[in-house]
Design a protein around this ligand. Structure first.
Ligand code: XMP
Length: 515
């Protein structure tokens, strides 16, 4: 159990714990101790946090937590809060340590630093410092500015570190976490991709029983893995629905029809709604209006499919009761539902489906992080092309055509986008970039010359970005040779386009998509 003291690091700690093959969940720091213990954690990690233990409203740790016999590791703020609760001293020394700091292990380094170099770098970020460890604790590391940089009391299963073992800038941090989890807390490392698949499949099977379920596939990773897992659990009592709205990229429909089905054997219904969306979008240029229309038409189409399935099942004396969604753990934590029980907002990742659709939700990925979802996908046999797919927005190419969406413009953009993707893949850059939208400036025309003749065509914009989570992004410095190949091919091969430009704006101030 990772207790979140409000730092951005709590989820990262939870991921690192899982990398040590131990299942973890995040709970807010104001969760009562009885509630924490009721959930029977094998160990507890107290995260860092932005507060000073001296601040008036500083979150505290109830000393009861340390008397329950559950091993606890305090990190940064958690280390200081633990110190205070156990009678040690935290001082506002005025010395701040921020960033890479040399750690010197002492007293043999204790269990936490066993076999680590005596001096090694760690990542620090703190103003207050522990000046005296609580009674019974051994100081096991120090730095030039911090006399107590780590302590432990292995007999009682308690330990703490001032530095952040969870960040990549602490190169031995993962070993320290492993020592705590495996050696001090004695937890067996058995959270593996195979065990995730087995446990989830069993849970889904129990939940759905003999009923039927429906899953909206978007072509993205999450819905594909969710669908594959539920398919493994209930076979053809699951129907996957894929709406082709005509705003897809080249090859996407085929990828779902062929690759997803080949890998999973799932029952798939593809709904051809191209004409419906084309008609609904005719004459519309405003980005928000486009998004609203697409959302509305998507829901209508999905509802129709769901109704038809229900009727079909009803005739066979069965019921479709469940809707599968690809909600991930970070969404659950961020909507305050870290405990996995109360006040969990349902995130809709298939176009915001309405309440009155009357399905119970099945969210097989709700305890998983994105990297685990990808591993589960591979374990289930999904191809790399699906599992490592870059993000693509629900409204598709419609929000990458600046101006009215018409079949001809879609065809132009689809062709330019396919070339950009081919070249980026061929240069081995797919994993380095987050995504690279190609945008068609359909209402802009400029003069060009091709084959001795004048052209009056449209520009396309390449928007390569690097990002961790799409909340912020930087533009990616693509090699000139790659840009050159993309530019030459697009202007040669795509009619209507006579200029290729690159967007060099970060986010903020730009967004990733243009609309
Ligand atoms: P922006 O443009 O807001 O995009 O910087 C951030 C990320 O979200 C994707 N995106 C969407 N994904 N439905 C989606 O499923 C949408 O309506 C949508 N709009 C943007 C975008 O591709 C980027 O990864």
């Amino acid at each position: 159990m990772v207790v979140d003291f409000g730092a951005q690091y709590a989820q990262l700690i939870a991921r690192r714990v899982r990398e040590a093959q131990v299942y973890s969940e995040v709970v807010p720091h104001d969760t009562p101790v009885e509630e924490m213990l009721r959930r029977d954690p094998a160990a507890i990690v107290l995260s860092g946090g932005p507060a000073s233990v001296y601040a008036e409203d500083a979150p505290q740790v109830d000393a009861e937590l340390f008397r329950a016999g559950v091993p606890v590791l305090g990190i940064c703020y958690g280390f200081q809060a633990m110190t205070r609760a156990l009678g040690g001293t935290v001082e506002h020394t005025g010395t701040r340590e921020f960033g890479r700091t040399e750690l010197a292990v002492c007293s043999g380094g204790g269990t936490l630093h066993q076999e680590l170099p005596v001096n090694h770098p760690v990542w620090m970020s703190h103003g207050d410092s522990v000046s005296k460890a609580p009674e019974g604790f051994r100081v096991i590391a120090e730095t030039d500015d911090t006399p107590v940089a780590a302590f432990e009391n292995p007999e009682s299963g308690l330990a703490g570190v001032q530095y952040h073992p969870e960040v990549a800038h602490s190169p031995h941090g993962q070993e320290v976490l492993r020592r705590f989890l495996h050696d001090i807390a004695g937890i067996r490392p058995n959270w593996t991709t195979t065990s995730i698949v087995d446990e989830t499949v069993t849970a889904v099977r129990e939940r759905i029983g003999g009923a039927r379920a429906i899953c909206g596939l978007s072509g993205g990773v999450d819905s594909a893995v969710a669908g594959a897992l539920v398919n493994r659990a209930i076979g053809d009592r699951l129907t996957c629905v894929f709406v082709d709205h005509g705003l897809l990229r080249s090859g996407e429909r085929t990828q779902v029809e062929r690759d997803f089905v080949a890998a999973t054997g799932a029952r798939l219904v593809v709904i051809d709604a191209v004409q419906q969306f084309t008609d609904a979008l005719a004459g519309v240029t405003d980005p928000e209006e486009k998004r609203k229309i697409i959302g509305r038409e998507f829901i209508r189409t999905f509802e129709r499919a769901a109704r038809e399935l229900k009727e079909e099942a009803g005739q066979a004396g069965e019921q479709v009761e469940y809707l599968v969604q690809g909600t991930l753990y970070p969404d659950v934590v961020e909507s305050g539902g870290g405990s996995g029980t109360a006040n969990i907002k349902s995130h809709h990742n298939v176009g915001g489906l309405p309440e009155d659709l009357r399905f119970d939700l099945v969210e097989p990925l709700r305890s998983l992080f994105k990297d685990e979802v990808r591993r589960v996908g591979l374990e289930l046999g999904l191809p790399e092309t699906i599992v490592h797919r870059q993000p693509f927005p629900g409204p598709g190419l419609a929000i990458r055509i600046i101006g009215e969406v018409t079949p001809r413009r879609l065809e132009t953009l689809r062709a330019a986008d396919a070339i950009a993707r081919e070249e980026l893949t061929a240069s081995g850059l797919d994993r380095d970039i987050w995504q690279c939208p190609v945008v068609l400036l359909a209402d802009v025309q400029s003069v060009g010359v091709q084959g001795d003749g004048r052209t009056y065509g449209h520009p396309v914009v390449l928007r390569p970005v690097s990002s961790e989570d799409a909340m912020t992004a930087d533009w990616t410095r693509l090699p000139y040779e790659v840009l050159e190949r993309i530019s030459t091919r697009i202007t040669n091969e795509v009619a209507d386009v006579n200029r290729v430009t690159v967007d060099v704006t970060s986010k903020p101030p730009g967004t990733i998509e243009w609309e």
